[in-house]
Design a binder for this molecule. Structure first.
Ligand SMILES: *[C@@H]1O[C@H](CO)[C@@H](O)[C@H](O)[C@H]1NC(C)=O
Ligand SMILES: *[C@@H]1O[C@H](CO)[C@@H](O)[C@H](O)[C@H]1NC(C)=O
Length: 358
């Protein structure tokens, strides 16, 4: 036992010692349009050190999400220190704080990011271990990196905000933008639960993609949704609505097509003020979802974030959930990351873009 302990102590000591002092990272000082070469720049910075409950992860792959382009969007602020973005990834535990017991060095993990810290667009990232779970074993780092942020968001939306349970089998859910990152996970989860899943898309590719990810009926978002719901047998409306898009242009329609006592969850900020009066007559529940709330506000149930990530890992491992990875860009450098941001800003991507390798 003592011998084993000595060997593992020795191993962790040597592994820690082998860590490089500096790392490659892509980040920003100024918030500029993505066409500007200075909007995201290559840097060599020190490898951060994990504190008590934190882990240092060697990043193997990182996914790009709309949150990256929102945070990077042009504004006058100037950072005095490099700001590294990236809020989704997969990698290997390289070092850990003294209070971390859930992981050992060398564990393969996947993780959500933390807006208040430097992100995953670097060779190493430090995160509170609440953000981290073991990687699904039979997924590549790239396939795994595509999933944490959208999966936790979709899972929380359906089960913690819309409060779906087994009893809702057979009920209907309308998922606005069902081919998007969150939409294509939510549609799989809702389908698994036995709901009738109705999606919205606007192109043949996104319609097909939605159908592959559990959507039963795809509506064309450019046409009258209320009429299309009627044509598909939903004249009384739908039981649940998940809005993975600016709710503003959809608001009046949502108020009409939700059934009395139905529930609506918003995942994206509204671009304008909406009128909440119509909620009352039908006693509609309106809820919001932000993936990081529990950890950011240190809520009592913050461990739920980790539990969800662990549940998602199991579902990916046993095939209940499919990775939505569609595009791998390599290596991770400023030029390629700017390209990925451009694709996200075009709003025409299908599935997730992942960057890997340095
Ligand atoms: C992010 O990394 C840069 C470069 O190492 C560092 O100067 C900065 O303090 C870090 N920011 C945070 C919030 O840790
Ligand atoms: C992982 O294994 C499960 C169960 O065998 C399977 O359904 C799933 O497709 C596998 N995933 C990948 C990416 O190979």
């Amino acid at each position: 036992m003592l011998r084993f302990l000595c060997i593992s102590l020795f191993l962790s000591f040597t592994m820690a010692k082998n860590l490089p002092k500096t790392m490659k990272a892509v980040g920003l000082y100024k918030y500029l349009p993505i066409t500007d070469v200075n909007s995201l720049i290559d840097m060599e910075v020190s490898v951060p050190a994990p504190k008590k409950r934190e882990v240092l992860i060697e990043v193997k792959a990182t996914a790009i999400n709309p949150i990256d382009t929102k945070v990077r969007a042009p504004k006058p602020n100037v950072e005095t220190q490099l700001r590294i973005l990236g809020f989704d990834g997969a990698g290997i535990i390289a070092e850990k704080g003294e209070e971390v017991t859930r992981f050992k060095l060398g564990d393969q993990v996947f993780f959500t990011g933390d807006l208040s810290k430097n992100g995953t667009n670097a060779q190493f990232v430090v995160l509170d271990d609440l953000h981290v779970a073991l990687k699904p074993k039979n997924l590549s780092f790239e396939q795994a990196a595509a999933m944490p942020l959208t999966s936790v968001t979709a899972y929380e939306s359906l089960f913690d905000r819309l409060l779906l349970t087994d009893k809702d089998k057979g009920k209907s859910i309308l998922i606005i933008n069902s081919a998007g990152g969150v939409g294509s996970v939510a549609s799989q989860l809702a389908n698994n639960l036995g709901l009738k899943v109705i999606g919205t898309a606007s192109r043949p590719e996104t319609e097909e993609y939605s159908k592959k990810h559990g959507v039963h009926v795809v509506l064309n978002r450019k046409n009258d949704l209320e009429q299309q719901l009627k044509d598909n047998g939903y004249s009384n409306g739908v039981d649940f609505i998940l809005v993975n898009y600016d709710p503003y242009p959809y608001w009046n329609t949502l108020m009409k097509v939700i059934i009395p006592q139905g529930r609506i969850c918003l995942v994206v900020d509204s671009s304008g003020l909406v009128d909440i009066k119509p909620l009352k007559a039908k006693s509609i529940t309106l809820v919001s979802e932000m993936m990081n709330t529990r950890i950011a506000y240190n809520t009592e149930d913050k461990y739920r974030h980790t539990e969800i990530l662990e549940a998602v890992s199991k579902m990916l491992e046993n095939g209940q959930l499919k990775s939505t990875l569609s595009n791998i860009i390599s290596p991770l450098n400023a030029e390629n990351l700017r390209e990925a941001h451009k694709l996200i800003e075009s709003q025409r991507t299908i599935g997730k873009i992942v960057l890997s390798g340095f």
